[in-house]
Each structure stands twice: as C-alpha cells, then as structure tokens.
Design a protein around this ligand. Structure first.
Ligand code: ARG
Length: 566
C-alpha cells in the first residue's frame, strides 16, 4: 500500500533541508471533512523558521509537488495545503493490498524481535468466574491479538489466584464439612458455600482462623496433604474456567499463577534485603513507600508467609529473566491501582531499570443493578450464564427470522458470544458500568451482530459474483464519494491497530469496525454492485472484497467471529 502520508512528508522535507521528514510527518493531518482533502499540511509553525507568511510558505511548498502523480489536486487554503489523492491510484493501492494481504491486511512488523507479556483474566480459583471478570479477559485477549498482529512475540499469561491464606481456609472447611463427590458435581458453587460457611463459623470460633493460617503455612512448606487438597481445588476450578475460555476462543501460553512463585520467593526476599529496602516492623517485613507518596507495602507477615504483592514482585522478575520482555502488560481493574504503583516502585527501588516496562492497564468496575458484586453474599452473575443466555436468545432470533439457515447452532454461538464481547469492547475501558441483562441481550444499534451482519451481507454479494474481481480491475471506475469514504477508512486500518496498541485500547478497533460497516452499508444502499456492466461490477466487487476482509480482520482482533451467513 502506498504510504501517502509518508510520500507527502518526503516531498516536503526534500524541498527544504530545514524540514526534517519525521517532523513533517507528525504535522500532517487528516482533515475533519473529506471534501477538504485526504491530507492537510498546516504551515503556521514554519512562519518562524522562514520568516514569511504561512500562506506564502504553503504556496512555495506546493510547487515541489509539480512532478508528483499521486495527487489529483493540491490546494492552498489559508495556511493549509490540502491534498486530494488521485482516486484511481488510491483505490488500486488500498484494495489490492487488502485483497492480497488477506488475513494479514493491517498487520505490520513493528514488533519484530520483541517479546511482550500480556497478563489477563487471572481469576481466583475456587471462586466464581463472574461478569466482573469479563473485562480483563476480553480486553487482555484483544490486546494480545493486537500486539501479535503487529509482529510482537506475545506471551499470554493467566496469573491464576491459586495461592494465599484463603486456601488455608478452604482446606479447613473441606476437612470439616466437605464432601468430595458433592463438590466435584458442582465445584465452584460448592466450594463457595464452604468458604462462606468458614467465615460464618470463624466469627464464633476465631481459632479456625489460626487453623487456616497454619494450613496455608503447611502448604507453603510442601506438606503432602495440604498440597494434594490444593491441587484438587485448582483442578476442579480450572475445569470450570476452561469451559468459559473455550466459549470465548481464548488460549493462554502460561498458567503460571501465584503458587508458581512460592519457591522463587526466598531469592527475591534476599535481594530486597540486600538492597536495604526492607524494614522490620513488629516481626513483619515492609517496604517504606512514604517518600514516594504511598502507604508501606507488607512483604512478609509475622509468621514469614508471603503476600499477594510479594508474589507479583517475584512474577515480574521471573518474567524478565525468562521472557526478556520489551513490555510486561497487566490488564487488571483500577481498584488495584495502588497495588500496581507500589510493586512497580519496589521493582525500581530494587535497581531494575525495566520497572518502566511493567505496565498496568486498568479498567473500570462492573457493578450490578442491586449494588456491587459480592461473592460472599451470593450477589453474583456468572460469566458462563451470560454467554449461554446470549447464545440462547440468538438461537431464538434465528429460528424466527431465518429458520432455514445452515449450521444454526454454530452461528448462534458466534453471534451470541460475539455480541457480548463486542459490547464489552465498545466503550473506553476506563469507564465503570452497571451490568444489565436487557442491555447485554439487546442486539440493536451499533452492535456486534450489526457488524457481523454487514460482513455476511458482503460475503453474500461476493458469493454471487460471476467475474474475477482480483484481476485486471479498472480502478478508475471507483469514483463515488461513498466509495472513496470506504477507501479512506480501509487506508486507516493499519494505523488504527497501532493506535489501539499504543493506548492499550481495543475499543478503537471495535469502533472502527462500526464505522466501516456503516460506510459500507451506505455504499451498498446507494449503489448496485452486481450491475450489467462487467467492468463496473468488477471494480465494485473488488471494493466489497477489501471491506469484507477488513471487517473479518478487525473482528478477529477483538475476538469476535465473522460468519459468512447469518
Ligand atoms: N487474582 C486477582 C483478582 O482476582 C487478580 C490478579 C491480577 N494480576 C496480578 N498480577 N496481580 O483480584
């Protein structure tokens, strides 16, 4: 694909040695309205350098484009130079690239040779996998896809919450009141019941808490019985989580959770002590973070056991040693901002200059209409139920609207789950929101099903094509404003992905797919594609094929399927 922006920057910077190409490139704008041109170059800033009025500078620069064939028109409007790309060259460059690059259209090799760890999902085992987990799970997975598409070697990590005092509590509860067969028949709700019972009983009998602490210590010390029970809890929980991951089509490269770091802790503690950043406080060890405007971080408890934060420090060091990451990304809710600020600061205090490459990507909270979610109070919406209901509802709609559709069950899954994921990734990640069944199951408007339907519509037109639109296309036949709007959008796709990666914001891709679908539907509404004139038909079909491919690629990045029929 011709990089038009870069071509403009080249000519401008060649016209005068005081203008550096990179700088010029960063000054080029896309006008708010395409009637003004495809690109614009403002000359205000140059007035100082050239000691000349901006509009005169603009006219001078324009002369350097005399030999360029890329532009249909170049206008000076005030201090701006507006560029309109030659339509035929533009259409040919973009469409051919989209069709030939196919599933790779939009990708770049920006990240070649660089490793990026993307940690996401990371639920606590033995606890419900609920609607609150959907955000980290789908945002993280989308970021993982996006970075991979940009050529980075990504490592998707699920930092399972599979360690900590709560496992001491569970062990006590299972031993006292649990029945393995009952638990195995319905693991998470049963384990949750036991966990709740433990808390109720412990209010009367505080010695249960001591027992729980003791069991966790035994677990850390490698006691066989403790380890076996813990392993079993982990296995039955993972089985449940995996059902959801499978529905979402999400895979991890590593399931190294908190427990994985238990034997890596002593070395880390040693390093912290030798760097003199630890102080003793009533038998416990802390890092004083007051000089950095934060409360102290508790690193080991009185009994020597470690904490959530200690394991995060160990995990980051392990990842640096094993993956030599360029970036180590954590998709974790904004409630944990302080936690991340604390441990990343500690990594820095330990003398690791790569602390700056550890990036917390926070997101807003999900609450329920009846208040915040509370597993202990049983106020929780299971993620699996949400996905299942969305699929059921889609199935009903299909039965009603297109009962003869082939492969209905599969399409219902793709559309139902796609709708939930798409909605989740439509908004800026930092916004809080209240979960509502109605909204989740409402597929109208700028939704996943809308974009998927547009993809199916484009696929259907292409199926009906009786000409080869990949060969000898006369791109000069693509002239319509609506068509050029599409070409312009397609041309932006690679940059959209780069922006989404830089801002850790998959919603940029999601919203782009909506814009593209809307622009396509406008074109589709205003012009016939399968017209009698086979040259026009070929040209329009090539555009449809490029759009279809781009929608498929965009949806793929956010983890949504692109069915060919709906
Ligand atoms: N398991 C934690 C929770 O459910 C989230 C873990 C986030 N990741 C991390 N490296 N601390 O709250």
């Amino acid at each position: 694909m011709i990089d038009f922006k870069n071509e403009i920057a080249k000519v401008i910077s060649n016209s005068n040695e005081q203008l550096k190409q990179d700088e010029v490139l960063s000054m080029i704008e896309i006008p708010p309205n395409s009637d003004m041109g495809d690109f614009a170059f403002p000359c205000f800033k140059l007035a100082k350098i050239f000691r000349k009025a901006p509009n005169l500078i603009a006219s001078d620069i324009t002369e350097s484009f005399a030999d360029s064939k890329l532009f249909e028109q170049i206008d000076v409007v005030g201090a701006y130079i507006n560029f309109i790309i030659d339509k035929e060259i533009f259409a040919k460059s973009v469409i051919e690239e989209a069709i030939h690059e196919s599933k790779n259209f939009g990708s770049t090799n920006l990240g070649e040779g660089k490793n990026v760890v993307v940690e996401f999902s990371s639920p606590n085992i033995a606890k419900p996998f609920h609607i609150g987990h959907i955000r980290t799970t789908v945002i993280g997975s989308a970021l993982n896809n996006i970075y991979k598409f940009l050529g980075y070697n990504t490592i998707a990590v699920n930092h399972l919450g599979d360690y900590g005092t709560q496992f001491g509590k569970l062990i006590v509860a299972i031993k006292a009141w649990g029945d393995k067969t009952v638990i195995e028949s319905n693991p998470i709700p049963e384990l949750l019941k036991l966990y709740i019972k433990f808390h109720e009983e412990a209010e009367e009998k505080p010695e249960l808490d001591d027992e729980a602490r003791n069991w966790f210590r035994l677990l850390e010390d490698g006691n066989e019985e403790a380890k076996e029970l813990w392993q079993w809890i982990r296995d039955v929980s993972l089985k449940e989580f995996n059902r959801v991951y499978e529905m979402l089509g999400i895979k991890f490269d590593s399931l190294a959770g908190e427990s994985f770091y238990s034997d890596k802790m002593p070395k880390v503690l040693e390093k912290m002590r030798s760097e003199n950043i630890i102080t003793k406080s009533q038998g416990a060890e802390i890092v004083d973070l007051e000089p950095h405007g934060m409360p102290p971080a508790l690193i080991t408890k009185k009994d020597g056991s470690t904490l959530y934060i200690t394991r995060d420090i160990a995990a980051a060091i392990y990842r640096k040693e094993n993956y030599d990451f360029y970036k180590n990304i954590y998709v974790v809710g904004s409630q944990q901002n302080l936690h991340f600020n604390q441990w990343i600061k500690i990594i820095e205090l330990m003398g690791f200059d790569w602390a700056k490459d550890c990036i917390h990507v926070p997101f807003g909270m999900v609450s329920l209409e009846e208040g915040t979610m509370s597993t202990r109070k049983g106020r929780v919406v299971f993620l699996e139920d949400v996905l299942k209901k969305a699929v059921e509802k889609t199935k009903e709609i299909i039965e009603e609207k297109s009962p003869h559709l082939e492969d209905k069950d599969n399409i219902a899954k793709q559309v139902g789950i796609g709708a939930v994921v798409f909605q989740e990734l439509s908004n800026n990640r930092i916004k809080d929101y209240v979960f509502s069944w109605d909204r989740t199951l409402d597929f109208a408007g700028e939704s996943g099903p809308y974009v998927q339907y547009t993809h199916a519509r484009a696929s259907s037109v292409l199926r009906k094509a009786d000409v080869d639109y990949e060969k000898d296309v006369d791109y000069s036949l693509i002239q319509e404003k609506e068509a050029m709007d599409l070409i312009r959008l397609l041309n932006q796709f690679p940059q959209i992905i780069i922006d989404a990666a830089r801002k850790y914001e998959p919603s940029i891709v999601t919203r782009y797919t909506v814009d593209l679908a809307q622009a396509f539907n406008k074109f589709y509404h205003d012009y016939s594609i399968l017209v009698d004139d086979s040259e026009i038909k070929k040209a329009r079909l090539s555009l449809v094929a490029a759009v279809r491919q781009t929608i498929e690629n965009g949806l793929g990045l956010i983890g949504v399927a692109a069915p060919e029929r709906m």
